[in-house]
Design a protein around this ligand. Structure first.
Ligand code: NDP
Ligand code: GDR
Length: 370
């Protein structure tokens, strides 16, 4: 039985990847951080009682900023594959916590590679590094492929640039099976609530349920190449099953503005929007509502701009070239953007429908921090 170790198992991708590897018959080990509240919501369905026989899912406390802990866990698990997904992954927040981001996302990658080298596991253990389309940053050429030059535009992207190159360097210097997946944005109903797609689907669902008045966003002109996380974790696994270690771009090849994502999300709830105004004065109002159960006035302003969500330096356009992954990995995404938006909206509409019923019966308190 193959053993996999996943850092960042409590995150969006960690949860989908753990599902996939368990289905494939792996023994799966994950590193979770200690937190004052439970942080395992996304993987609770995978829990196996450690007292049972043949348990194939194990969690270890740890942190990418602690080398001793990383070395000890890798020594104990002796993994065939390591998926390094742990990271401070929010681009905007990385401007607030640049040093921590460099430590976790940059040096954290080095810690994994060094642990494998120190423990003499270079021939046994294959390593996947979660690299990102944010490396391309300021547009040099489109679509972006494995050979497009990088120009990172945030402390997050700069930290990930170190992670990318140290992975390449360890592959070349020590003959390790270490690969970068340069993944473009991928989303799902498990996406963190402050990334733009999930913020939009949650906002649209809450506005439809009259649980929220307005959704405040930043740059609506930004374009992203959005896919579904379920498809992208399959690509991660395929990258580690090749004969020779290489780096791959994983993307759909289609780019869409944030504004159009907003339109599509509201349309899933039967709400048609019209955008007017420019820059910070841009807003979206309701033009029609196909669902008679929703109490939404025509003309109501439901989306506005809050400059708080602008970034000091922005990545305006991402569009990936998936040719290499399609030809060499045989990877094809199953979800297109409309299917992704539908999946996310259905989940959030269901969630907030329940939430509304609980609030109306006095069983739930509105979370003011949302
Ligand atoms: P999430 O933010 O959902 O998950 C990040 C995970 O990393 C969480 O489990 C988090 O733990 C953990 N983590 C954070 N800091 C540390 C640390 N210091 N030590 C150990 N673990 C830590 O991200 P995604 O699942 O979306 O992304 C997975 C990886 O892929 C990340 O590295 C991200 O940068 C990268 N990536 C993501 C893309 C995307 O579009 N989703 C695209 C390209 C790359 P906790 O739950 O406790 O916070
Ligand atoms: P990104 O994702 O920065 O691409 O990083 P995010 O969803 O945060 O932003 C995408 C684009 O939307 C614009 N935007 C807003 N973003 C947020 N979060 N909130 C808003 O209110 C808002 N309004 C507009 C942003 O300016 C940006 O242009 C994600 C992360 O998962 C990284 O870890 C990963 O490496 C990259 O995707 C690929």
């Amino acid at each position: 039985m193959k053993k996999a170790l996943i850092t960042g198992i409590t995150g969006q991708d960690g949860a989908y990847l753990a599902d996939l590897l368990l289905e494939k018959g792996y023994e799966v080990h994950g590193i979770k951080r200690r937190s004052s509240l439970f942080n395992t919501d996304r993987i609770d369905h995978l829990y196996q009682d450690p007292h049972d026989k043949n348990v194939r899912f194990h969690l270890h406390y740890g942190d990418l900023s602690d080398s001793t802990n990383i070395i000890r866990i890798i020594q104990q698990v002796q993994p065939d594959e390591i998926y390094n997904l742990g990271a401070m992954s929010h681009v905007k927040v990385s401007f607030d916590t640049p040093e921590y981001t460099a430590n976790a996302d940059g040096i954290g990658t080095l810690r994994i590679l060094e642990a494998v080298r120190i423990l003499g596991l270079t021939e046994k253990t294959r390593i996947y590094q979660a690299s990102t389309s944010e490396l391309y940053g300021l547009v040099q050429a489109v679509p972006q492929s494995e050979t497009t030059p990088f120009y990172p535009r945030s402390p997050y992207a700069v930290a990930k640039l170190y992670g990318y190159w140290i992975t390449v360097n360890y592959r070349e210097a020590y003959n390790m099976y270490a690969c970068n997946g340069i993944l473009f944005n991928h989303e799902s109903p498990l996406r963190g609530e402050t990334f733009v797609t999930r913020k939009i689907t949650r906002g649209a669902a809450k506005i439809a349920m009259s649980l929220q008045d307005k959704l405040y966003l930043g740059n609506l002109d930004a374009r992203r190449d959005w896919g579904h996380a379920k498809d992208y974790v399959e690509a991660m696994w395929r990258i580690l099953q090749q004969d020779t270690p290489e780096d791959f771009v994983i993307a759909t090849g289609i780019t869409t503005t944030v504004r159009d994502f907003v339109r599509m999300a509201f349309a899933e709830a039967g709400i048609e929007l019209e955008f007017t105004g420019e820059g910070v004065d841009e807003k979206a109002t309701v033009v029609s509502c196909a669902n008679p159960d929703l109490q939404l006035e025509i003309g109501k302003e439901v989306v506005a701009i809050d400059p708080r969500y602008f970034r000091p330096t922005e990545v305006e356009l991402l569009i990936g070239d998936p040719t290499k992954s399609r030809t060499k990995l045989g990877w094809e995404p199953k979800y297109d953007l409309p299917a992704l938006v539908q999946d996310m909206m259905q989940a959030d509409l269901e969630h907030f429908h329940r939430e509304k019923m609980l609030q109306e019966r006095g069983y739930a308190v509105k979370n003011q921090f949302e």
